[in-house]
Write a protein that binds this ligand. Structure first.
Ligand SMILES: [Zn+2]
Length: 286
């Protein structure tokens, strides 16, 4: 069988790999394979503005992959507020979908695997039961539901059709341990992943586009932090230090729920005082 060849729009080489150019690793050949003229994809313009430090971090990511033993995890985190984008090394083990299955990337050695996830948390009206008035998940819910708009923005991107995606849903319950408060939620996530090969500049342009168009981050906003680390321990440490979406959501969730638990606690105390008071009254009544 004769192999089809494509001219790589990034380096100009003839490549038979329609996923990532076998010479420069660029994924632009995917557009060629689909018959899309890359000149029509505006963000691919090499003059496109990129967030400061992004190209350097992605180059550092590739360099760390080369410098470290095979199998070492390398990750670049781009986060701040509700933004959480990760760029993984293909040799590492950290890249899985939310359901725990390994993402089927095509890279065999070095590369930039970009992954981002949007969450929705929905209160299960029928399943959850509430026994007092103070259990409306309003503030928490309205914050989380905002990721729905990010999802819509993402689908408007020119790049959207060549991302892999996976949806995941899980139930979770919250109880304050007093049986006065129990709620049921369903958390759904949709993750998007792409193997960007070794094209650090192209990946930086794509990520900048996502920050601007999907998350609405302004060019002046330096609330976005970019860190690149190698080795599971350093990566974990950096993730904790970063204001990631995970810790951000958990923090809000915890503080909201603690507030509710405190309210529940106060109501319980009031209840106990009322009981003691009525016992005293009944004794006095004798
Ligand atoms: Zn190429």
């Amino acid at each position: 069988m004769e192999l089809k060849t494509y001219v790589c729009p990034n380096c100009g080489a003839n490549t038979t790999n329609a996923q990532n150019c076998e010479y420069c690793g660029s994924l632009l050949v995917r557009f060629v394979e689909k018959g899309i003229d890359v000149k029509s994809i505006s963000y691919l313009n090499s003059n496109d503005w990129v967030f400061p430090g992004l190209i350097e971090n992605l180059q550092k990511n590739l360099q760390l992959q080369a410098d470290n033993p095979e199998g070492t995890d390398v990750r670049t985190d781009i986060c701040g507020g509700e933004v959480y984008i990760s760029v993984f090394s293909p040799a590492g083990k950290l890249w899985t979908w939310d359901d725990g299955t390994v993402i089927d990337f095509t890279s065999t050695n070095r590369g930039l695997l970009i992954i981002l996830t949007f969450y929705d948390v929905v209160y299960q009206e029928n399943k959850g039961f509430r026994t007092s008035q103070m259990q409306r998940p309003s503030k928490y819910m309205s914050k989380l539901l905002r990721q729905d708009s990010y999802k819509r923005n993402f689908k408007d991107l020119e790049m959207y059709p060549i991302f892999m995606s996976r949806e995941y849903a899980e139930d979770f319950e919250f109880s304050n341990g007093y049986e006065t408060h129990k709620e049921s939620f369903i958390k759904t996530s949709i993750s998007y992943a792409i193997d960007f090969g070794q094209d650090a500049e192209g990946a930086a342009r794509l990520i900048s586009r996502i920050l601007l168009k999907v998350y609405g981050v302004s060019r002046q906003n330096n609330g976005i932090r970019i860190t690149t680390n190698a080795g599971a321990l350093d990566i974990e440490k950096a993730a904790k230090e970063n204001n990631s979406i995970y810790t951000g959501i958990d923090k809000d969730f915890d503080s909201e729920m603690n507030k509710k638990s405190n309210e529940a606690f106060i109501y319980n105390i009031i209840g106990i005082i009322v009981v003691i008071f009525s016992v005293i009254v009944s004794f006095v009544g004798c």
